[in-house]
Ligand binder design. Structure first.
Ligand code: SF4
Length: 589
Protein backbone atom coordinates (compact mmCIF):
# COMPACT_ATOMS: atom_id res chain seq x y z
CA UNK A 1 0.00 0.00 0.00
CA UNK A 2 1.21 3.51 -0.83
CA UNK A 3 2.01 5.65 2.17
CA UNK A 4 0.88 9.22 1.52
CA UNK A 5 3.26 11.21 3.66
CA UNK A 6 7.04 11.07 3.26
CA UNK A 7 8.82 10.18 6.46
CA UNK A 8 11.02 12.73 8.25
CA UNK A 9 10.73 15.49 5.60
CA UNK A 10 12.11 13.14 2.92
CA UNK A 11 11.10 13.93 -0.68
CA UNK A 12 8.07 12.05 -2.19
CA UNK A 13 8.84 8.65 -3.64
CA UNK A 14 7.88 7.90 -7.25
CA UNK A 15 4.86 5.84 -6.05
CA UNK A 16 3.69 8.61 -3.82
CA UNK A 17 3.99 11.16 -6.63
CA UNK A 18 1.97 8.96 -9.02
CA UNK A 19 -0.77 8.42 -6.44
CA UNK A 20 -1.15 12.09 -5.72
CA UNK A 21 -1.19 13.05 -9.42
CA UNK A 22 -3.95 10.52 -10.04
CA UNK A 23 -5.94 11.67 -7.04
CA UNK A 24 -5.93 15.33 -8.08
CA UNK A 25 -6.59 14.53 -11.74
CA UNK A 26 -9.71 12.62 -10.65
CA UNK A 27 -10.91 15.57 -8.66
CA UNK A 28 -10.30 17.88 -11.60
CA UNK A 29 -12.33 15.67 -13.96
CA UNK A 30 -15.29 15.73 -11.66
CA UNK A 31 -16.33 12.22 -12.55
CA UNK A 32 -19.54 11.88 -10.51
CA UNK A 33 -22.45 10.44 -12.52
CA UNK A 34 -24.58 13.56 -12.80
CA UNK A 35 -28.05 13.59 -14.29
CA UNK A 36 -29.27 16.97 -15.35
CA UNK A 37 -31.95 18.41 -17.64
CA UNK A 38 -31.61 20.33 -20.83
CA UNK A 39 -33.58 23.54 -21.24
CA UNK A 40 -36.17 21.44 -23.12
CA UNK A 41 -36.56 19.16 -20.08
CA UNK A 42 -34.69 16.06 -21.41
CA UNK A 43 -32.45 14.12 -19.12
CA UNK A 44 -28.72 14.38 -19.78
CA UNK A 45 -25.57 13.05 -18.16
CA UNK A 46 -24.32 16.63 -17.86
CA UNK A 47 -24.71 18.36 -14.54
CA UNK A 48 -27.64 20.77 -14.28
CA UNK A 49 -26.52 24.39 -14.30
CA UNK A 50 -25.43 25.39 -10.85
CA UNK A 51 -25.46 21.85 -9.49
CA UNK A 52 -21.74 21.53 -9.03
CA UNK A 53 -20.60 24.87 -7.79
CA UNK A 54 -23.73 26.74 -6.80
CA UNK A 55 -25.46 24.83 -4.04
CA UNK A 56 -28.69 26.73 -3.45
CA UNK A 57 -28.32 29.21 -0.64
CA UNK A 58 -30.67 28.87 2.30
CA UNK A 59 -33.45 31.42 2.36
CA UNK A 60 -35.43 33.27 5.02
CA UNK A 61 -38.83 34.50 3.89
CA UNK A 62 -37.70 33.79 0.34
CA UNK A 63 -34.58 35.95 0.68
CA UNK A 64 -31.09 34.37 0.40
CA UNK A 65 -29.35 34.70 3.74
CA UNK A 66 -26.56 36.79 2.27
CA UNK A 67 -29.09 39.44 1.19
CA UNK A 68 -30.80 39.84 4.54
CA UNK A 69 -30.46 43.05 6.51
CA UNK A 70 -28.47 42.87 9.73
CA UNK A 71 -31.62 42.79 11.89
CA UNK A 72 -33.15 39.98 9.81
CA UNK A 73 -29.98 37.94 10.35
CA UNK A 74 -30.35 38.47 14.08
CA UNK A 75 -33.87 37.10 13.89
CA UNK A 76 -32.78 34.20 11.68
CA UNK A 77 -29.87 33.26 13.95
CA UNK A 78 -31.99 33.13 17.09
CA UNK A 79 -35.70 33.74 17.44
CA UNK A 80 -35.96 36.68 19.85
CA UNK A 81 -39.12 35.17 21.35
CA UNK A 82 -37.03 32.23 22.59
CA UNK A 83 -34.43 34.04 24.67
CA UNK A 84 -35.96 33.69 28.12
CA UNK A 85 -32.99 31.68 29.43
CA UNK A 86 -30.68 34.37 28.13
CA UNK A 87 -32.69 37.09 29.88
CA UNK A 88 -32.36 35.12 33.12
CA UNK A 89 -28.58 34.78 32.64
CA UNK A 90 -28.22 38.48 32.00
CA UNK A 91 -30.20 39.22 35.14
CA UNK A 92 -28.05 36.81 37.17
CA UNK A 93 -24.88 38.40 35.83
CA UNK A 94 -26.31 41.96 35.97
CA UNK A 95 -25.15 42.31 32.39
CA UNK A 96 -26.46 44.35 29.47
CA UNK A 97 -26.92 42.65 26.08
CA UNK A 98 -24.42 43.03 23.28
CA UNK A 99 -24.50 42.74 19.49
CA UNK A 100 -27.66 41.18 18.10
CA UNK A 101 -29.06 40.66 21.59
CA UNK A 102 -29.61 44.42 21.98
CA UNK A 103 -32.12 44.06 19.15
CA UNK A 104 -33.55 40.75 20.39
CA UNK A 105 -34.23 42.14 23.88
CA UNK A 106 -36.51 44.76 22.29
CA UNK A 107 -38.94 41.95 21.39
CA UNK A 108 -39.54 41.81 25.15
CA UNK A 109 -39.91 45.57 25.42
CA UNK A 110 -36.43 45.92 26.93
CA UNK A 111 -34.39 48.71 25.37
CA UNK A 112 -30.79 49.23 26.43
CA UNK A 113 -30.73 52.97 25.77
CA UNK A 114 -27.02 53.70 26.20
CA UNK A 115 -25.38 56.12 25.77
CA UNK A 116 -28.38 58.32 26.65
CA UNK A 117 -28.86 56.22 29.82
CA UNK A 118 -26.82 53.14 30.71
CA UNK A 119 -29.98 51.34 31.70
CA UNK A 120 -33.00 49.54 30.31
CA UNK A 121 -36.19 51.29 29.32
CA UNK A 122 -39.22 49.01 29.44
CA UNK A 123 -42.12 49.73 27.08
CA UNK A 124 -45.41 48.30 28.29
CA UNK A 125 -48.35 47.65 26.01
CA UNK A 126 -51.71 49.12 27.01
CA UNK A 127 -54.10 47.62 24.46
CA UNK A 128 -56.89 49.97 23.50
CA UNK A 129 -55.40 52.46 26.00
CA UNK A 130 -57.36 50.92 28.91
CA UNK A 131 -55.46 50.44 32.16
CA UNK A 132 -56.84 49.48 35.56
CA UNK A 133 -55.89 51.21 38.80
CA UNK A 134 -54.35 47.97 40.11
CA UNK A 135 -52.15 47.80 37.01
CA UNK A 136 -51.12 51.43 37.30
CA UNK A 137 -50.23 50.80 40.94
CA UNK A 138 -48.15 47.78 39.90
CA UNK A 139 -46.28 49.90 37.34
CA UNK A 140 -45.71 52.59 39.97
CA UNK A 141 -44.19 49.96 42.27
CA UNK A 142 -41.91 48.79 39.48
CA UNK A 143 -40.81 52.37 38.76
CA UNK A 144 -40.24 53.03 42.47
CA UNK A 145 -38.55 49.75 43.40
CA UNK A 146 -36.44 48.99 40.34
CA UNK A 147 -36.62 51.96 37.93
CA UNK A 148 -35.96 55.67 38.02
CA UNK A 149 -39.12 56.48 39.98
CA UNK A 150 -41.13 57.84 37.04
CA UNK A 151 -42.88 56.79 33.86
CA UNK A 152 -43.81 58.30 30.52
CA UNK A 153 -47.05 58.01 28.58
CA UNK A 154 -46.09 57.75 24.93
CA UNK A 155 -47.63 58.85 21.66
CA UNK A 156 -48.92 55.28 21.19
CA UNK A 157 -50.54 55.34 24.62
CA UNK A 158 -47.94 52.92 25.97
CA UNK A 159 -46.24 53.38 29.31
CA UNK A 160 -42.45 53.49 29.41
CA UNK A 161 -40.45 53.07 32.60
CA UNK A 162 -36.74 53.83 32.62
CA UNK A 163 -33.51 53.20 34.48
CA UNK A 164 -33.84 49.47 35.13
CA UNK A 165 -30.66 47.54 35.89
CA UNK A 166 -30.10 44.19 34.13
CA UNK A 167 -30.32 42.37 37.46
CA UNK A 168 -33.96 43.40 37.80
CA UNK A 169 -35.31 42.59 34.34
CA UNK A 170 -36.67 39.17 35.24
CA UNK A 171 -38.43 40.57 38.30
CA UNK A 172 -39.82 43.32 36.12
CA UNK A 173 -41.14 40.97 33.42
CA UNK A 174 -42.61 38.58 35.97
CA UNK A 175 -44.35 41.39 37.79
CA UNK A 176 -45.73 42.69 34.52
CA UNK A 177 -47.37 39.33 33.88
CA UNK A 178 -48.68 39.19 37.42
CA UNK A 179 -50.55 42.48 36.95
CA UNK A 180 -51.98 41.35 33.61
CA UNK A 181 -49.82 43.41 31.27
CA UNK A 182 -47.15 42.54 28.75
CA UNK A 183 -44.25 44.21 27.02
CA UNK A 184 -43.91 41.49 24.38
CA UNK A 185 -43.68 42.93 20.90
CA UNK A 186 -43.65 46.54 22.07
CA UNK A 187 -40.35 47.18 20.32
CA UNK A 188 -38.36 46.03 17.25
CA UNK A 189 -40.13 44.51 14.24
CA UNK A 190 -43.51 43.87 15.77
CA UNK A 191 -47.05 45.12 15.93
CA UNK A 192 -46.87 47.97 18.37
CA UNK A 193 -49.46 48.92 20.94
CA UNK A 194 -52.94 48.60 19.44
CA UNK A 195 -54.57 51.97 20.02
CA UNK A 196 -58.26 52.87 20.21
CA UNK A 197 -60.13 56.11 20.69
CA UNK A 198 -59.48 56.75 24.38
CA UNK A 199 -63.09 57.71 25.08
CA UNK A 200 -64.51 54.63 23.43
CA UNK A 201 -67.35 52.99 25.31
CA UNK A 202 -68.55 56.18 26.96
CA UNK A 203 -68.26 58.82 24.25
CA UNK A 204 -71.60 60.46 23.38
CA UNK A 205 -70.42 61.14 19.86
CA UNK A 206 -68.93 57.79 18.87
CA UNK A 207 -70.48 55.24 16.53
CA UNK A 208 -69.53 52.08 18.41
CA UNK A 209 -67.37 50.79 21.22
CA UNK A 210 -64.05 49.97 19.54
CA UNK A 211 -62.42 48.51 22.66
CA UNK A 212 -63.48 44.87 22.11
CA UNK A 213 -61.87 44.84 18.66
CA UNK A 214 -58.62 46.47 19.77
CA UNK A 215 -58.27 44.07 22.68
CA UNK A 216 -59.30 41.02 20.66
CA UNK A 217 -56.59 41.84 18.14
CA UNK A 218 -54.03 42.20 20.92
CA UNK A 219 -54.88 38.76 22.30
CA UNK A 220 -54.86 37.22 18.82
CA UNK A 221 -51.37 38.57 18.22
CA UNK A 222 -50.19 37.46 21.63
CA UNK A 223 -51.13 33.89 20.78
CA UNK A 224 -49.72 33.68 17.25
CA UNK A 225 -45.95 33.64 17.02
CA UNK A 226 -45.96 34.21 13.28
CA UNK A 227 -47.31 37.72 13.90
CA UNK A 228 -43.98 38.71 15.50
CA UNK A 229 -40.74 39.33 13.66
CA UNK A 230 -42.21 41.31 10.76
CA UNK A 231 -40.01 43.09 8.21
CA UNK A 232 -40.38 46.25 10.31
CA UNK A 233 -42.59 47.79 12.99
CA UNK A 234 -46.34 47.94 12.36
CA UNK A 235 -49.02 50.22 13.82
CA UNK A 236 -52.74 49.48 14.07
CA UNK A 237 -55.44 51.75 15.42
CA UNK A 238 -59.23 51.67 15.91
CA UNK A 239 -61.10 54.96 15.65
CA UNK A 240 -64.62 54.77 17.09
CA UNK A 241 -65.65 58.11 15.61
CA UNK A 242 -65.43 59.61 19.12
CA UNK A 243 -64.47 63.00 20.49
CA UNK A 244 -60.76 62.47 21.02
CA UNK A 245 -58.50 61.78 18.09
CA UNK A 246 -56.40 58.63 18.05
CA UNK A 247 -54.68 59.80 14.83
CA UNK A 248 -55.67 56.57 13.14
CA UNK A 249 -54.74 58.03 9.76
CA UNK A 250 -51.08 57.87 10.74
CA UNK A 251 -51.09 54.06 11.23
CA UNK A 252 -50.12 51.18 8.95
CA UNK A 253 -53.72 50.03 9.37
CA UNK A 254 -56.27 52.56 10.55
CA UNK A 255 -59.77 51.19 11.15
CA UNK A 256 -62.23 54.09 11.15
CA UNK A 257 -65.82 53.63 12.23
CA UNK A 258 -68.38 55.05 9.81
CA UNK A 259 -72.13 54.98 9.46
CA UNK A 260 -73.79 53.93 6.24
CA UNK A 261 -77.26 55.32 5.95
CA UNK A 262 -80.37 53.90 4.29
CA UNK A 263 -80.60 53.69 0.54
CA UNK A 264 -77.12 52.33 -0.09
CA UNK A 265 -76.29 49.00 -1.64
CA UNK A 266 -75.13 47.62 1.73
CA UNK A 267 -77.27 47.25 4.81
CA UNK A 268 -77.36 50.47 6.81
CA UNK A 269 -75.37 50.47 10.04
CA UNK A 270 -71.93 51.02 11.51
CA UNK A 271 -68.89 49.61 9.75
CA UNK A 272 -65.15 50.21 9.70
CA UNK A 273 -63.32 51.68 6.75
CA UNK A 274 -59.74 50.49 6.29
CA UNK A 275 -56.89 52.93 5.74
CA UNK A 276 -53.44 51.64 4.87
CA UNK A 277 -49.80 52.59 5.02
CA UNK A 278 -49.68 55.74 7.12
CA UNK A 279 -46.14 56.72 8.01
CA UNK A 280 -45.92 60.42 8.75
CA UNK A 281 -42.16 60.25 9.36
CA UNK A 282 -42.04 59.52 5.62
CA UNK A 283 -44.64 62.23 4.94
CA UNK A 284 -47.54 59.90 4.17
CA UNK A 285 -50.98 59.53 5.74
CA UNK A 286 -52.86 56.24 5.56
CA UNK A 287 -55.05 56.07 2.47
CA UNK A 288 -58.57 54.70 2.22
CA UNK A 289 -58.55 51.29 0.53
CA UNK A 290 -62.18 51.38 -0.57
CA UNK A 291 -62.99 48.56 1.90
CA UNK A 292 -65.93 48.51 4.26
CA UNK A 293 -65.78 45.91 7.04
CA UNK A 294 -68.31 44.73 9.53
CA UNK A 295 -66.76 45.29 12.96
CA UNK A 296 -66.49 41.52 13.55
CA UNK A 297 -64.35 41.18 10.42
CA UNK A 298 -61.62 43.57 11.52
CA UNK A 299 -59.46 41.19 13.57
CA UNK A 300 -59.33 38.55 10.82
CA UNK A 301 -58.57 41.15 8.15
CA UNK A 302 -55.85 42.76 10.27
CA UNK A 303 -54.23 39.37 10.90
CA UNK A 304 -54.37 38.52 7.18
CA UNK A 305 -52.88 41.87 6.20
CA UNK A 306 -50.06 41.52 8.71
CA UNK A 307 -49.28 38.04 7.34
CA UNK A 308 -49.21 39.32 3.76
CA UNK A 309 -46.81 42.01 4.91
CA UNK A 310 -44.68 39.53 6.83
CA UNK A 311 -44.36 37.18 3.87
CA UNK A 312 -43.72 39.83 1.24
CA UNK A 313 -42.23 42.92 2.87
CA UNK A 314 -38.63 43.87 2.18
CA UNK A 315 -36.21 42.06 4.47
CA UNK A 316 -33.08 43.33 2.78
CA UNK A 317 -33.27 47.09 3.26
CA UNK A 318 -34.55 48.57 6.51
CA UNK A 319 -35.29 51.88 4.85
CA UNK A 320 -37.77 50.20 2.50
CA UNK A 321 -39.21 47.66 4.89
CA UNK A 322 -42.38 49.39 6.15
CA UNK A 323 -45.79 48.49 4.71
CA UNK A 324 -45.81 51.66 2.60
CA UNK A 325 -43.03 50.29 0.43
CA UNK A 326 -44.74 46.95 -0.21
CA UNK A 327 -47.86 48.82 -1.30
CA UNK A 328 -45.80 51.22 -3.43
CA UNK A 329 -44.30 48.16 -5.12
CA UNK A 330 -47.52 46.19 -5.56
CA UNK A 331 -50.34 48.69 -5.62
CA UNK A 332 -53.17 48.46 -3.11
CA UNK A 333 -55.31 46.11 -5.24
CA UNK A 334 -52.69 43.38 -5.28
CA UNK A 335 -52.24 43.78 -1.53
CA UNK A 336 -56.00 43.38 -1.02
CA UNK A 337 -56.09 40.37 -3.39
CA UNK A 338 -53.36 38.66 -1.36
CA UNK A 339 -55.20 39.52 1.85
CA UNK A 340 -58.42 38.05 0.49
CA UNK A 341 -56.65 34.76 -0.23
CA UNK A 342 -56.12 34.38 3.52
CA UNK A 343 -59.66 35.00 4.73
CA UNK A 344 -62.82 32.93 4.39
CA UNK A 345 -65.15 35.78 3.44
CA UNK A 346 -65.09 38.27 0.58
CA UNK A 347 -63.84 41.79 1.13
CA UNK A 348 -66.58 44.35 0.65
CA UNK A 349 -65.80 47.37 -1.54
CA UNK A 350 -67.82 50.54 -0.90
CA UNK A 351 -66.96 54.15 -1.73
CA UNK A 352 -65.98 56.37 1.19
CA UNK A 353 -68.07 59.18 -0.28
CA UNK A 354 -71.24 57.16 0.34
CA UNK A 355 -70.55 56.84 4.08
CA UNK A 356 -71.70 59.56 6.45
CA UNK A 357 -68.93 62.03 7.33
CA UNK A 358 -67.21 61.56 10.68
CA UNK A 359 -68.08 63.90 13.54
CA UNK A 360 -65.18 66.30 13.97
CA UNK A 361 -62.87 65.45 16.85
CA UNK A 362 -62.80 67.93 19.71
CA UNK A 363 -59.39 69.56 19.80
CA UNK A 364 -57.91 69.09 23.24
CA UNK A 365 -60.90 66.95 24.17
CA UNK A 366 -58.34 64.92 26.11
CA UNK A 367 -58.09 67.64 28.79
CA UNK A 368 -60.94 68.82 31.02
CA UNK A 369 -64.37 67.55 32.05
CA UNK A 370 -66.85 66.02 29.61
CA UNK A 371 -70.23 64.32 29.84
CA UNK A 372 -70.36 60.63 29.04
CA UNK A 373 -72.94 58.82 26.98
CA UNK A 374 -74.15 57.26 30.23
CA UNK A 375 -76.43 59.67 32.02
CA UNK A 376 -74.94 61.20 35.16
CA UNK A 377 -71.37 60.11 34.41
CA UNK A 378 -68.36 62.12 33.24
CA UNK A 379 -64.78 61.66 32.18
CA UNK A 380 -61.97 63.94 33.24
CA UNK A 381 -58.89 64.47 31.10
CA UNK A 382 -55.90 64.87 33.40
CA UNK A 383 -53.04 67.17 32.44
CA UNK A 384 -49.76 65.23 32.33
CA UNK A 385 -47.09 67.63 31.01
CA UNK A 386 -45.24 65.84 28.16
CA UNK A 387 -46.52 62.53 29.51
CA UNK A 388 -44.27 62.27 32.54
CA UNK A 389 -45.63 60.98 35.86
CA UNK A 390 -43.73 60.33 39.06
CA UNK A 391 -44.41 57.04 40.82
CA UNK A 392 -46.16 58.98 43.53
CA UNK A 393 -48.49 60.61 40.95
CA UNK A 394 -49.20 57.16 39.48
CA UNK A 395 -50.29 55.90 42.92
CA UNK A 396 -52.44 58.98 43.43
CA UNK A 397 -54.10 58.65 40.03
CA UNK A 398 -54.88 55.01 40.75
CA UNK A 399 -56.41 55.97 44.11
CA UNK A 400 -58.49 58.75 42.53
CA UNK A 401 -59.77 56.42 39.79
CA UNK A 402 -60.82 53.94 42.50
CA UNK A 403 -62.38 56.52 44.75
CA UNK A 404 -64.32 58.60 42.21
CA UNK A 405 -64.62 56.31 39.18
CA UNK A 406 -64.62 52.58 38.67
CA UNK A 407 -60.88 52.07 38.90
CA UNK A 408 -60.45 52.37 35.15
CA UNK A 409 -58.17 54.84 33.36
CA UNK A 410 -57.51 55.52 29.72
CA UNK A 411 -54.23 56.71 28.23
CA UNK A 412 -54.15 58.91 25.16
CA UNK A 413 -51.78 59.39 22.26
CA UNK A 414 -51.69 63.02 23.45
CA UNK A 415 -49.57 61.76 26.36
CA UNK A 416 -52.13 62.23 29.10
CA UNK A 417 -54.82 60.14 30.78
CA UNK A 418 -58.54 60.15 31.43
CA UNK A 419 -60.48 59.07 34.49
CA UNK A 420 -63.90 57.93 33.28
CA UNK A 421 -67.21 56.98 34.94
CA UNK A 422 -67.19 59.79 37.50
CA UNK A 423 -70.70 60.56 38.84
CA UNK A 424 -71.85 64.17 38.61
CA UNK A 425 -71.81 64.57 42.38
CA UNK A 426 -68.20 63.33 42.63
CA UNK A 427 -66.73 65.57 39.97
CA UNK A 428 -65.69 68.48 42.15
CA UNK A 429 -64.11 66.17 44.71
CA UNK A 430 -62.11 64.46 41.97
CA UNK A 431 -60.91 67.79 40.61
CA UNK A 432 -59.81 68.85 44.09
CA UNK A 433 -58.05 65.52 44.50
CA UNK A 434 -56.17 66.04 41.25
CA UNK A 435 -54.99 69.48 42.24
CA UNK A 436 -53.96 68.25 45.70
CA UNK A 437 -51.91 65.53 43.97
CA UNK A 438 -49.98 68.09 41.95
CA UNK A 439 -51.95 67.23 38.81
CA UNK A 440 -54.61 69.25 37.02
CA UNK A 441 -57.76 69.04 34.92
CA UNK A 442 -57.47 72.29 32.99
CA UNK A 443 -54.64 73.87 31.10
CA UNK A 444 -53.91 76.57 28.59
CA UNK A 445 -54.57 76.32 24.89
CA UNK A 446 -50.83 75.83 24.35
CA UNK A 447 -49.80 73.43 27.11
CA UNK A 448 -52.79 71.15 26.47
CA UNK A 449 -51.41 70.35 23.04
CA UNK A 450 -47.71 69.96 23.79
CA UNK A 451 -46.42 66.57 22.69
CA UNK A 452 -42.77 65.56 22.94
CA UNK A 453 -40.83 62.41 22.18
CA UNK A 454 -38.27 61.07 24.66
CA UNK A 455 -35.46 63.40 23.63
CA UNK A 456 -31.75 63.14 24.31
CA UNK A 457 -32.10 62.44 28.02
CA UNK A 458 -33.31 58.96 27.09
CA UNK A 459 -32.88 58.34 23.37
CA UNK A 460 -29.54 58.15 21.58
CA UNK A 461 -31.04 59.35 18.29
CA UNK A 462 -32.20 62.68 19.63
CA UNK A 463 -30.41 65.92 18.82
CA UNK A 464 -32.27 67.82 21.51
CA UNK A 465 -33.85 67.69 24.95
CA UNK A 466 -37.39 67.63 23.55
CA UNK A 467 -39.30 67.10 26.80
CA UNK A 468 -37.32 69.76 28.66
CA UNK A 469 -37.72 72.21 25.79
CA UNK A 470 -41.45 71.48 25.51
CA UNK A 471 -41.97 72.41 29.15
CA UNK A 472 -39.94 75.61 28.71
CA UNK A 473 -41.90 76.54 25.57
CA UNK A 474 -45.18 75.95 27.39
CA UNK A 475 -44.17 78.17 30.30
CA UNK A 476 -42.88 80.94 28.04
CA UNK A 477 -45.90 81.04 25.74
CA UNK A 478 -48.38 80.92 28.61
CA UNK A 479 -46.97 84.23 29.83
CA UNK A 480 -46.79 85.86 26.42
CA UNK A 481 -49.80 84.76 24.37
CA UNK A 482 -53.26 83.47 25.09
CA UNK A 483 -54.58 81.97 21.87
CA UNK A 484 -58.35 81.62 21.79
CA UNK A 485 -57.99 78.24 20.04
CA UNK A 486 -56.24 74.99 20.99
CA UNK A 487 -52.74 74.76 19.51
CA UNK A 488 -50.87 71.50 19.04
CA UNK A 489 -47.07 71.77 19.22
CA UNK A 490 -45.16 68.54 18.56
CA UNK A 491 -41.45 68.24 19.39
CA UNK A 492 -39.53 65.34 17.98
CA UNK A 493 -35.82 64.77 18.43
CA UNK A 494 -34.93 63.12 15.11
CA UNK A 495 -36.49 62.25 11.76
CA UNK A 496 -37.97 59.01 13.18
CA UNK A 497 -40.66 61.44 14.31
CA UNK A 498 -42.08 59.54 17.28
CA UNK A 499 -43.93 62.75 18.22
CA UNK A 500 -45.16 63.20 14.65
CA UNK A 501 -44.02 66.75 13.99
CA UNK A 502 -45.69 66.62 10.56
CA UNK A 503 -49.17 66.64 12.12
CA UNK A 504 -48.72 69.49 14.61
CA UNK A 505 -50.13 72.97 14.09
CA UNK A 506 -46.51 73.69 14.83
CA UNK A 507 -44.00 70.85 14.42
CA UNK A 508 -40.45 71.08 15.75
CA UNK A 509 -37.81 68.68 14.47
CA UNK A 510 -34.66 68.60 16.61
CA UNK A 511 -31.28 69.28 15.01
CA UNK A 512 -27.80 70.40 15.90
CA UNK A 513 -27.40 73.96 14.63
CA UNK A 514 -24.56 76.43 14.62
CA UNK A 515 -24.87 79.60 16.65
CA UNK A 516 -21.94 82.04 16.75
CA UNK A 517 -19.64 79.29 15.54
CA UNK A 518 -20.74 76.83 18.22
CA UNK A 519 -22.94 73.78 17.78
CA UNK A 520 -26.08 74.02 19.90
CA UNK A 521 -29.47 72.32 20.15
CA UNK A 522 -32.08 73.71 17.82
CA UNK A 523 -35.07 72.92 15.67
CA UNK A 524 -36.46 73.07 12.17
CA UNK A 525 -39.89 74.69 12.42
CA UNK A 526 -42.93 73.35 10.55
CA UNK A 527 -46.44 74.78 10.47
CA UNK A 528 -49.87 73.74 9.28
CA UNK A 529 -50.00 70.00 10.04
CA UNK A 530 -53.07 68.14 11.23
CA UNK A 531 -54.85 64.79 11.30
CA UNK A 532 -58.46 63.60 11.00
CA UNK A 533 -60.65 66.43 9.68
CA UNK A 534 -57.56 68.67 9.57
CA UNK A 535 -55.41 66.15 7.75
CA UNK A 536 -52.36 67.67 6.11
CA UNK A 537 -48.58 67.60 6.40
CA UNK A 538 -46.85 70.53 8.06
CA UNK A 539 -44.43 72.50 5.87
CA UNK A 540 -40.99 73.61 6.99
CA UNK A 541 -41.03 77.38 7.41
CA UNK A 542 -37.72 77.91 9.25
CA UNK A 543 -34.58 75.79 9.27
CA UNK A 544 -32.05 75.42 12.04
CA UNK A 545 -33.32 77.77 14.75
CA UNK A 546 -31.22 77.62 17.95
CA UNK A 547 -33.43 76.74 20.91
CA UNK A 548 -32.64 80.04 22.63
CA UNK A 549 -34.35 81.84 19.70
CA UNK A 550 -37.28 79.47 19.48
CA UNK A 551 -39.75 80.60 22.19
CA UNK A 552 -39.79 84.22 20.89
CA UNK A 553 -40.21 82.94 17.34
CA UNK A 554 -43.19 80.79 18.36
CA UNK A 555 -44.67 83.78 20.17
CA UNK A 556 -44.27 85.80 16.96
CA UNK A 557 -45.92 83.06 14.88
CA UNK A 558 -48.95 82.85 17.16
CA UNK A 559 -49.36 86.60 17.62
CA UNK A 560 -49.00 87.22 13.87
CA UNK A 561 -51.79 84.76 13.23
CA UNK A 562 -53.89 86.46 15.90
CA UNK A 563 -53.50 89.86 14.26
CA UNK A 564 -53.60 88.85 10.60
CA UNK A 565 -56.24 86.14 10.50
CA UNK A 566 -59.50 86.59 8.70
CA UNK A 567 -62.73 86.38 10.63
CA UNK A 568 -63.25 82.83 11.91
CA UNK A 569 -60.05 81.59 10.30
CA UNK A 570 -58.22 78.80 12.14
CA UNK A 571 -54.46 78.67 12.52
CA UNK A 572 -54.36 75.82 10.02
CA UNK A 573 -56.42 77.70 7.45
CA UNK A 574 -54.23 80.73 7.94
CA UNK A 575 -50.95 78.88 7.48
CA UNK A 576 -52.26 76.81 4.60
CA UNK A 577 -53.54 79.75 2.56
CA UNK A 578 -50.12 81.42 2.55
CA UNK A 579 -47.05 80.35 0.63
CA UNK A 580 -43.95 79.49 2.62
CA UNK A 581 -42.32 82.70 1.47
CA UNK A 582 -45.28 84.77 2.66
CA UNK A 583 -45.25 82.99 6.02
CA UNK A 584 -41.52 83.54 6.44
CA UNK A 585 -41.97 87.23 5.73
CA UNK A 586 -44.99 87.59 8.02
CA UNK A 587 -43.27 85.77 10.90
CA UNK A 588 -40.07 87.79 10.46
CA UNK A 589 -41.60 91.28 10.39
FE1 SF4 B 1 -35.78 58.97 19.78
FE2 SF4 B 1 -36.10 60.06 17.40
FE3 SF4 B 1 -38.12 58.73 18.51
FE4 SF4 B 1 -37.41 61.06 19.54
S1 SF4 B 1 -38.21 60.73 17.48
S2 SF4 B 1 -37.79 59.17 20.69
S3 SF4 B 1 -35.24 61.05 19.18
S4 SF4 B 1 -36.16 57.88 17.86
Amino acid sequence: MTTLLPANDAPFTVDQKQYLEGFFAGLAQNTRPFVGRTEGGLLTHEPAPGLVNEAEEEKWFGVPLSDLSKEEKFKYDENPLDIWDKLVRHAEDDKFPEGGDVFRFKFHGLFHVAPAQDAFMLRIRVPGSLIKSSQLRGLAEMARDWGGGYSDITTRANVQIREFRPKDIVNVLMKLQEIGLTSRGSGADNIRNITATPTTGFDPQELLDAMPYARALQFYIQNHRDLYGLPRKFNISFDSGGSVSVVSDTNDIGFQAVRVGDGQCVKSGVYFRVLLAGITGHAQFANDTGLLLKPDETVAVAAAMVRVFSENGDRTNRKKARLKYLIDRWGVEKFLDETEKKIAFPLRRFPAAQCEPRHPVIRHGHVGTFKQRQRGLNYVGVVVPVGRLTASQMFKLADLADKYGTGELRLTVWQNCLIPHVPDDQLEALKRGLVQSGLHHTTTSVSGGLVACTGNTGCKFSSTNTKGHAVQIGKYLEKKVAPDFPVNIHLTGCPHSCAQHYIGDIGLLGAKVTQAGVQVEGYHVFVGGGSDQDQGLAREVFHGIPFSDLPPLLEKILSTYDVRRSRGETFLQFTRRHSLKELQELFSE
